[in-house]
Design a protein around this ligand. Structure first.
Ligand code: NAI
Length: 304
């Protein structure tokens, strides 16, 4: 199996620099028509210029690939509609969407303004939903679509000063979980990418040295992204990718304890906390309703 994207069209949001640029170059290199979306914003989401997107398009064309630039913000519905129209006018179809655009406005929760909190949700969470909502019906109609949502380890595991960012980045995973189930029957696959890479967004963070930066290249992450939008992509997976290492995250739960034979009180839950938390037999449930079934089976004593 050799992964290629000939004849496929991919939209990548926030592709003017960093990870998005790297995804765009890699997809074009393997034959995809690429729509390079980027507002050209500063890291906090302010400002804007089409230069970044245009430069990536020029780079792709210079290497013999097909690409167009789009300067819409993922927070602007009219701009997103135009992104879809421009993609269809240029290439006739949309097969792949990589939701990648992002901003940072880090503040501890007691200091963050409502405006900053909302701005982060608007780009990462609502922006992802807005663009996906615009292409999903087209993909459904053609019975083919591959979508990535970009999350973060600071969402899946948490980080100081990033309540808005963490909320948005876990939000996209919930969004994926639902669309995984809705889209599967029409050959729409949606997956989550959790990258680790040097970019302007990670300047001054844990990536401390030049040596670290050389290890954590966006190109290493792009290989994982390309697998997640390939024909044989999984559906509903969370792939962590960085520096040439790849791992998968799950949302497991403990086996659990049935306490219904005794009186149900907060003290009973407290007294059994260690058993409830016992994590040597973690379970990954298929979907939300599976947990209803699990607890009914535990109460009835029928769970295997
Ligand atoms: P970056 O700052 O280099 O690139 C983000 C791009 O998004 C910029 O080109 C910016 O102009 C664009 N953008 C911002 N707001 C936009 C909007 N409203 N509409 C369209 N484009 C917009 O950052 P980086 O590191 O490449 O991040 C890419 C994605 O990966 C983000 O979603 C980020 O949260 C996520 N991520 C990155 C990690 C890393 O290690 N670099 C770690 C975890 C997640």
């Amino acid at each position: 199996m050799t992964i290629r994207f000939d004849g496929k069209t991919a939209i990548i949001t926030g592709a003017g620099r960093g990870l998005g640029r790297s995804h765009a170059l890699a997809l074009a290199n393997l034959g995809a028509n690429v729509v390079v979306n980027d507002l050209g914003a500063d890291v906090d989401g302010t400002g804007g210029s089409s230069d970044a997107a245009n430069e990536v398009v020029a780079e792709i064309k210079a290497a013999g690939g097909n690409a167009i630039a789009n300067g819409s913000s993922v927070t602007d519905q009219a701009g997103v509609d135009n992104l879809v129209k421009q993609s269809l006018d240029a290439f006739g179809q949309i097969d792949i969407l990589i939701n990648n655009a992002g901003i940072l406005r880090d503040r501890t929760f007691h200091k963050v303004s409502w405006e900053d909190f909302y701005a982060v949700l608007d780009v990462h969470l609502l922006g992802t939903i807005r663009v996906t909502h615009a292409v999903w019906p087209l993909m459904r109609e053609q019975k083919y679509g591959r979508v990535i949502v970009t999350s973060s380890q600071n969402g899946t595991y948490g980080n100081f000063g990033q309540s808005a960012y963490a909320t948005a980045k876990m939000g996209v995973i919930g969004f994926m979980n639902a669309l995984r189930i809705e889209g599967g029957r029409n050959n729409l696959h949606i997956n989550t990418l959790v990258p680790v890479a040097t970019s302007r967004m990670t300047e001054g963070t844990i990536i401390a040295t030049e040596e670290d930066a050389k290890i954590l290249t966006p190109e290493a992450v792009a290989q994982g992204a390309l697998f997640l939008v390939s024909e044989d992509a999984p559906n509903g997976a969370i792939l962590n990718a960085g520096g040439g290492s790849y791992s998968r995250s799950y949302v497991p739960e403990t086996k659990g304890v049935y306490l219904g034979d005794s009186e149900l009180t907060p003290d009973a839950v407290a007294a059994n906390w260690d058993a409830i938390s016992e994590d040597s037999h973690l379970e990954v449930l298929e979907d939300g309703p599976a947990q209803f079934t699990k607890f009914l089976e535990m109460a009835r004593g029928t769970r295997k």
